[in-house]
Structure formats: structure tokens, C-alpha cells
Design a binder for this molecule. Structure first.
Ligand SMILES: *[C@@H]1O[C@H](CO)[C@@H](O)[C@H](O)[C@H]1NC(C)=O
Ligand SMILES: *[C@@H]1O[C@H](CO)[C@@H](O)[C@H](O)[C@H]1NC(C)=O
Ligand SMILES: *[C@@H]1O[C@H](CO)[C@@H](O)[C@H](O)[C@H]1NC(C)=O
Ligand SMILES: *[C@@H]1O[C@H](CO)[C@@H](O)[C@H](O)[C@H]1NC(C)=O
Ligand SMILES: *[C@@H]1O[C@H](CO)[C@@H](O)[C@H](O)[C@H]1NC(C)=O
Ligand SMILES: *[C@@H]1O[C@H](CO)[C@@H](O)[C@H](O)[C@H]1NC(C)=O
Length: 472
């Protein structure tokens, strides 16, 4: 059983589940799902294994629920204009909202790309949840350091870190919190930021093509035909319109705080087909179905694992010669692409077969709704389970949206955790497999520190030249 997360799950998610069937479309929208604690698909309890304590933890979180970006918003206004200009009658009550449908943003110029109110709530809740979960990792009214990607397209990633810090630290957050926003396009940050792919010229996120195109052409036409039969007149949905109905369902619901009428247009089977399209989008865009994209977050993971090996309360020397003791809870924030690259690096999906483009594998573990959702969070916990301390006696376990996922081949520790030093070897061997990042990235910029170690150092050095200090 989950503990607090159940109490904190939003009224919105509960409201969307119908009384007689607990299928909730908002939990099957891949990267467009609002936050929810994942289903316990692995059968491993998320309780700390008996006899163990968590003496260090870290998480990487996507920003919270948000308003659409400009491109998506333009698609919504385009659809609304086409509907508005058409003459039609409807043969289903479920479609009645269409005639007067307008995008739900009230101040689009200010809202586009920003966190939404549901996003604020997700992050405040998250701050409180983590503070209550790990009372041993933070001392009352003391300084707390966090990290985030600077993300130049808008402040939502920095704002997510700020709102988390407020929920975690409370009324003194602005004084106590220091968020280091890493500039992922500064050449000196090569493989040492929370968006390493920004400096990798050979990196291309193809959005899941060509596999997703094959799948879209299989599952979308029947839905298009079904819905268009219910509309008599000069408006008909295009195939592309159909592909954004679930997106509208997810975004509208979290923006307004109640279930969008778009959610009821698709059947459970159709929503699950969309969910699979999202899985293909991430698997073949930035995940294990790629050649180099899947390696991008390995140096960050390696740096984090070294932090666990060094143990709680370790002291480091910053690049300006001052000393730094990082917190025992390492909080960081970035975007969906980085979350998915990190998930590819973890090892937990290494035994999964490549995803087919023409049918849905029923028992797949890789379901992006369960970990790349808004505020999707990959957390690592360092466990000490006896009076013997030190890295050699520690274990690591990984939680995706709260749920423990084992690392195949390394699950002989308490609660199917992986011995920490063995996990470090797994990550090191993945780095070896990736090879030289300057080579796989086709780096030609001579100012990049391409010869440096491939382990990120930003967690243990807050005086790097490419950071901006942000206060909560
Ligand atoms: C909607 O977008 C399509 C495709 O880009 C374009 O051809 C059409 O003119 C747009 N319609 C409106 C009403 O903006
Ligand atoms: C905020 O910090 C001040 C100064 O350390 C302290 O007196 C006060 O109790 C703190 N507030 C809370 C809510 O802990
Ligand atoms: C990040 O680095 C780039 C490249 O050096 C620079 O142009 C930009 O101004 C920096 N951004 C911030 C927020 O420091
Ligand atoms: C990398 O550079 C080589 C040589 O210039 C080129 O042939 C290759 O296509 C590039 N690869 C990518 C993925 O950009
Ligand atoms: C880390 O330091 C804190 C504060 O000094 C202390 O309470 C805690 O026991 C230390 N943890 C370990 C594992 O040494
Ligand atoms: C990296 O190392 C190679 C081989 O030692 C050297 O030729 C090159 O100048 C170095 N590049 C940088 C940016 O330091």
C-alpha cells in the first residue's frame, strides 16, 4: 500500500474515474497525464524494507502540469476556428460541447508554456510529501540546495524547483533554499548539466518516427471514422485532430481542475491505443529504441551514484576552493526528454523487447504514463540495512512515480534492491558501452571540455561557471 500519496492524490483524478469502472483516462496519457502515483506493477512494496534506513536519497523530476506550448495552443485555436466556421448537427450528446468549444486559457499570452495551478499544487504537495517521507535527511530550518535545468524556453523548470522548495521548506523557503540552475548550452557544461543533449550536435529526438507513424496510421483512422459519422455537416475531424483529443483531455482537465468533455469522446481501448503511441514516442525518440539519445543522462547518473558511494554528509571542494556539503536529499528538475533518457540509463528496462510498431504488447513494463507524466519523478534511495555502514554495505533502489522497479540481474538486496557498488559497476559498464561522448555527439566545438571525465560534477561543485542561483 502507498501511504501519503493516496491522501494527496488530486480530487481531479478521483473525479475522472467513473463510478462503475475505475478506468481513468487521465492515467493513460503518457507524457500528457497529470501527476499520479503509478500502479504497483512490479509487486514490490514501496515501504522501506524492514531493518533498513534511507540515509541518502535523490530524485529527478519533470516540471509540474502546465499550460500548452505555443505550437499546441495554435493547434487548439485552429481546431476551434474550423469548428466555429462550420455548420453541423451532432448525433451524440457527448459531442454537444463541440459547437461552443474554445481553448480554456484565459490569458494565453501570459499562460502559454507556464506551470498551471494543478502544477503548483503538484509541486507544493511533492515538497511536503518528501519532507514527511525523509525527516532524517534534513534538519529543521537549515539551508537546502537544489538543482534544475535553466531551460531557456520558459521558467517552468526553475519554477517547479521553487515551488517544490516552498512545500519542502515552508515559510522560510526563500532564505533557506538555493537552486542552482544549470546552463545546458554553455560549452563548459558538456555532459555536466541536467540537459546534456543540448550540446550534442548528433542528438536528434525524432518524436518516435517512423514507428509512431506506422502505429498512428493503424489506430487513428477507425476512431476518425467513428466520430465523423456522428457529425452531419461541414465539419469533420482530420486524422491529426483525432491524435490531439487525448492531449486536450489531459491538458484541459488539469488546467480547469475538472474532467474535460474531450475525455469522454474516446473509449477505454482507444485511450490505451493513444497511450501506446506515447510509449513509442519516447522509446524511439529518446529512449532504449535509439542509438545515442539513450546515453545522454548516463554521466549525470554516474555522478549521482558516486555521491551515494561517498555517503551521507560527505564534504567536497568547489571549483573555487571553498568547501561544500551537499544535502542528503538531492533534488533536481528538468524536462520529459531528460527524464526519459535517465530512465533509459537506469538499467530497469534493459530486458524489455523493442516495442513493435503494429501492435500493443500487453504485459510491457514500459508505460510512459507511469513515469513521464507531468511531475514524473525518478527517485533513488540509498539503504543501509545493518550496523555495518559504508558503500560496501549499502543498497540502492529506484522508484518511478513512487513505485519500486528492480534492476534486472541486480535485485538480491532487501526489497529487491541492488548492492550500491554493484549498481555503480552497472552504470560504469554502460558508460564504457557509450564510449566517448565527444565522438558519439560529433562535437566539433574546440572550446568544449571534451576530454574531461564523463561523470557529472555539478552535484558536488556549486561554483561551476555555468550556474545561476535562483531563490524559492
Ligand atoms: C488550420 O491549419 C491548417 C493546417 O496547417 C491550415 O491549412 C488551415 O488554414 C488552418 N485553419 C484555420 C482556420 O486556421
Ligand atoms: C524562520 O527563521 C527564523 C530565523 O532563523 C526563525 O526564527 C523562525 O522560527 C523560522 N520560521 C520557521 C517557520 O521555522
Ligand atoms: C548560457 O550560455 C550561453 C552560451 O554560452 C549564453 O549565450 C547564455 O547567455 C547563457 N544563459 C544564461 C542564463 O546564463
Ligand atoms: C557525424 O559526423 C560524420 C562526419 O562528419 C558524419 O558522416 C555523420 O553523419 C555525423 N553523424 C551525425 C549523427 O550527425
Ligand atoms: C549527517 O549529519 C547530520 C547532522 O549533523 C546527523 O544528524 C546525521 O546523523 C549524519 N548522518 C550520517 C549517516 O552520518
Ligand atoms: C583532448 O585530448 C586530445 C588527445 O590527448 C588532444 O589532442 C586534444 O587537444 C584535447 N582536446 C581538448 C579540448 O582539450
Amino acid at each position: 500500500m502507498h501511504h501519503f500519496k493516496e491522501l494527496l492524490s488530486t480530487a481531479l483524478l478521483i473525479a475522472a474515474a467513473t463510478a462503475k469502472d475505475d478506468f481513468n483516462p487521465l492515467q493513460h496519457l503518457g507524457g500528457n497525464s497529470p501527476w499520479f502515483a503509478g500502479p504497483e506493477v512490479t509487486g514490490i512494496s514501496s515501504r522501506v524494507p524492514s531493518g533498513c534506513t534511507v540515509d541518502q536519497a535523490a530524485f529527478f523530476s519533470r516540471h509540474g502540469s502546465r499550460y500548452p506550448d505555443r505550437g499546441a495552443y495554435n493547434e487548439w485555436t485552429n481546431l476551434s476556428s474550423r469548428i466555429g466556421a462550420a455548420q453541423f448537427t451532432l448525433r451524440s450528446d457527448k459531442l454537444a460541447f463541440l459547437s461552443s468549444w474554445k481553448p480554456v486559457l484565459t490569458s494565453p499570452d501570459q499562460q502559454i508554456a507556464q506551470l498551471s495551478t494543478t502544477g503548483y499544487k503538484e509541486l507544493y504537495d511533492m515538497g511536503g510529501t518528501y519532507r514527511l517521507r525523509y525527516p532524517q535527511l534534513y534538519a529543521y530550518n537549515t539551508d537546502f540546495t537544489l538543482w534544475c535545468n535553466y531551460y531557456t524556453s520558459g521558467p517552468r523548470v526553475r519554477d517547479s524547483a521553487r515551488l517544490f522548495a516552498r512545500g519542502f521548506l515552508g515559510p522560510n523557503a526563500t532564505d533557506l533554499g538555493s537552486i542552482y540552475a544549470l546552463n545546458a548550452s554553455a560549452p563548459a557544461s558538456f555532459m555536466n548539466s541536467l540537459a546534456p543533449s543540448d550540446l550534442c550536435p548528433a542528438y536528434t529526438d525524432g518524436g518516435g518516427s517512423p514507428q509512431i507513424d506506422t502505429w498512428n496510421n493503424i489506430y487513428l483512422p477507425p476512431i476518425q471514422k467513428r466520430l465523423n459519422k456522428l457529425i452531419k455537416g461541414t465539419f469533420q475531424f482530420t486524422q491529426y485532430d483525432i491524435s490531439i483529443i487525448p492531449y486536450l483531455c489531459g491538458f484541459e482537465s488539469q488546467i480547469i481542475g475538472s474532467t474535460s468533455p474531450w475525455c469522454s469522446l474516446l473509449t477505454e481501448t482507444e485511450i490505451l491505443q493513444y497511450e501506446y503511441a506515447q510509449d513509442l514516442r519516447y522509446w524511439y525518440g529518446t529512449g532504449l529504441g535509439t542509438d545515442i539519445e539513450k546515453y545522454m543522462m548516463l554521466p549525470v547518473l554516474d555522478g549521482l551514484v558516486q555521491r551515494f558511494v561517498d555517503g551521507p554528509n560527505a564534504t567536497y571542494t568547489n571549483s573555487d576552493g571553498t568547501t561544500f556539503v551537499p544535502p542528503n536529499l538531492m533534488a533536481s528538475f528538468s524536462n520529459d526528454g531528460q527524464m526519459n533518457q535517465l530512465i533509459a540509463a537506469l538499467g530497469i528496462f534493459d530486458k524489455e523487447a523493442q516495442l513493435p510498431a503494429n501492435n500493443i504488447p500487453k504485459n510491457r513494463l514500459f508505460r510512459t504514463s507511469n513515469f513521464v507524466s507531468m511531475r514524473g519523478t525518478t527517485a533513488l534511495e540509498r539503504l543501509t540495512c545493518s550496523s555495518k555502514t559504508g558503500a560496501k554495505n549499502a543498497y540502492v533502489r529506484i522508484r518511478l512515480n513512487e513505485v519500486v522497479y528492480p534492476v534486472p540481474g541486480c535485485q538480491n538486496g532487501p526489497g529487491e534492491s541492488c548492492p550500491l557498488t554493484q549498481y555503480q559497476s552497472i552504470v560504469k559498464s554502460k558508460l564504457k558501452e557509450a564510449g566517448s561522448f565527444s565522438k558519439i555527439c560529433n562535437v566539433t566545438n574546440p572550446t568544449m571540455p571534451v576530454n574531461q571525465t564523463t561523470s557529472a560534477t555539478f552535484f558536488t561543485d556549486v561554483k561551476l561557471p555555468f550556474t545561476t542561483l535562483v531563490k524559492p
